[in-house]
Design a protein around this ligand. Sequence first.
Ligand code: ZN
Length: 481
Amino acid sequence: MAIYVYNTLTRRKEEFKPREPGKVSIYVCGVTPYNFCHVGNARPYLVWDVIRRYFAYKGYSVRYIQNFTDVDDKIINKAKEEGVSALAVADRYIKEYFADMDALGIQRADVYPRVTDHIPDIIRVVEALVKSGHAYVLGGDVYYSVESFPEYGKLSGRSLDELKAGARIEVNEEKRHPMDFALWKAAKEGEPAWDSPWGPGRPGWHIECSVMALKYLGEGFDFHGGGSDLIFPHHENEIAQSEAYAGTAFARYWVHNGFVNMGGEKMAKSVGNVVRVRDILAEFPGAALRYYMLSTHYRSPIDFRLEDMPAAQRGWERLKLLEENLARALDGREAAAPAESSEAQAFLARLEGFKNSFEAAMDDDFNTAQALAVLFELARELNAYLAQGGINGERAYVLSQGRDLFLKLGGVLGLTGIKEGGRENAELIDGLLDLVVELRQEARKRKDFAAADRVRDRLAELGVILEDTPQGTRWRFAPRG
Ligand SMILES: [Zn+2]
């Protein structure tokens, strides 16, 4: 069965056709690491975790890229407040981000490109845009000229005239059009800056995603995702930059998730109605929050209420209990394939029905709420079968088929097969790596470079990369694949 996806660009559900057969390429806008994630921040990553799991379930090979905006006003301000470097702030909250996402069972991206690691790539694209007349230099800034791209507004469905009428009084009145946006910003005193053909500065926000998506996925990749607040201007600008630069379509399917609201307003740090993922995890298992969020279709808003979390936890625990009971019931049993036309055959046919209903729900624009309902029907059926007892070889066969399906479908939603202690493990790994880096620093101070090199090489074998920078040594996980 084909998968149908609501594409923001065309404003309708479309049959998904991959760029390359059997492969899916996905780019999702990542966080600006300057604070802990709240529930609203986490939603896109949870939504995409399920989407990519579903594609893997369908047999696709998935390539998933998610960036970190690790240089930004918010990070710089926080660094100034604390008297530390912007890099230190970003590094800290990237680690916290991973701790939260691991606890939610969110699979890691194939690459997490960081802006500060891609400055030369960004400069190259900005230069090309200036050269082709899509961008212009003003002082030490470079602006994208929205009028140079006739299709500007196609994603958000707005026209330049409308936008101009609604534009606020601009800081920089020399811009050619009020909607022109910065590709490169001249450095201000005390800010991180990089050399460029336009003098020292740093990239504007939008350009990074264009550059990284094209670098890691190429032109015309399959999915671009993010919260619906990113449609304008961020994603509109990404399209304008990328398509002007490459001369071809950028992403083919634009998928946007709804807001998480609380008390009738969008959850946002600026509003102050935030619940941090960390605070939820202190009281509930990560899977309970997953269950809560997946009970709503990804395009619909969620009205988050902390009071509803215990019910979500009980819902997930029913699934967990069944998983445990199935394991216990099947432990050490010999299964025997059932005879034709037996009662067992009828049950196996019903299992097929659950599988089809689950897939029909997910094929229809990733309807996790419906898929979850099917998973519960399957659970009810399996519970009833278990309750009958008398597990002989034939019944063991039927039950193990049922369990395989239950775990497979539950695994798509990330609600079964969960290994306990993900959060604790992530924190332990972080702590241990910090310790190893510290011990290596001491070896270097003692001029024991053989030991320091051995640590670096062994960590590299384990997929951890060390970088010695003027601010100290940083570690990060090597990208997979
Ligand atoms: Zn982005």
